[in-house]
Design a protein around this ligand. Structure first.
Ligand code: UDP
Length: 244
């Protein structure tokens, strides 16, 4: 596979790939790095790329089986995947079931407060501006995403949330919140992009309430690799959920 680096992000590298069968597709390599607080805090662990690739693939296959369109095409090697090339919509779509992190802090609420219904928030994807919260009118008028597309993103994000809450529940995990990104293909269809993994979800053990996600790294709680491995192992036990 002949590939040329298009873009290197904090946790992934994206390559263009040659060959007519790869038209409109890119190669994504998951790195071992781990960053937090807008990359002010950096770390890594051996095997992280493999683990996150496997978790992301598991979730993409599960969502596809539930008729959610994603950019996933196939896995390659131990830490990479081929995906449809998309034009990424510059919004981070966050769904919260339980209050935690930035929104809990901002409104002076305790982490762990339950919400009456899932909360969807849009953030403008821009590291230099530290991903500011953006209203729908701001996003529309400033040209980040039109209102109709945002309404679709919200519907999709809530559907993904409902599906993942159920999936993780079977793995004895509570899905507290997560962030997703979407992109448009050449037919202007909106697909789920990026990844879903413990890097961009909060997952709490249903029984012990132990944090099983990147908060272990953000907050120096230790056992970072162990919990990522545990999340993957619990998902693997649910193979029938993704029709395999
Ligand atoms: N999140 C993410 N990337 C970001 C910001 C947030 O993946 O740039 C995820 C984060 O892991 C959590 C959810 O989105 O699962 C909500 O994050 P929050 O807004 O509470 O921000 P944080 O507390 O991570 O700063």
């Amino acid at each position: 596979l002949i590939k040329t680096l298009l873009y290197e992000g904090k946790a992934k590298k994206v390559y263009a790939i040659e060959g007519h069968e790869n038209n409109g597709k890119v190669f994504i390599e998951f790195k071992n790095s781990l960053t937090a607080f807008n990359a002010l805090k950096k770390g890594e662990f051996e095997g992280k790329g493999e683990i996150n690739r496997d978790i992301a693939t598991f979730i993409f296959k599960f969502l596809e089986s539930k008729k959610v369109k994603t950019h996933w095409v196939k896995d390659i090697g131990s830490n990479s995947m081929v995906t449809h090339q998309l034009q990424i919509i510059p919004l981070e779509v966050v769904v919260r079931n339980t209050l935690a992190g930035s929104t809990a802090k901002k409104f002076g609420r305790n982490e762990g407060s339950e919400l009456v219904r899932p909360l969807v928030e849009f953030y403008y994807k821009n590291d230099a501006l530290e991903d500011p919260l953006v209203t729908e009118d701001q996003a529309d008028i400033l040209g980040f995403c039109d209102l109709e597309t945002m309404s679709y993103l919200k519907t999709q994000a809530l559907k993904i949330n409902a599906l993942l809450v159920g999936l993780f529940q079977k793995a004895k995990l509570h899905l507290v919140d997560f962030k997703v990104e979407f992109g448009k293909n050449s037919n202007n269809e909106v697909l789920l992009a990026d990844e879903i993994s413990p890097d961009c979800c909060r997952l709490w053990d249903l029984e012990t309430k132990e944090k099983m996600d990147k908060d272990r790294f953000r907050r120096d709680l230790g056992h970072v690799k162990e919990v990522y491995v545990e999340v993957l192992n619990r998902l693997k036990k649910l193979k029938e959920e993704i029709n395999e």
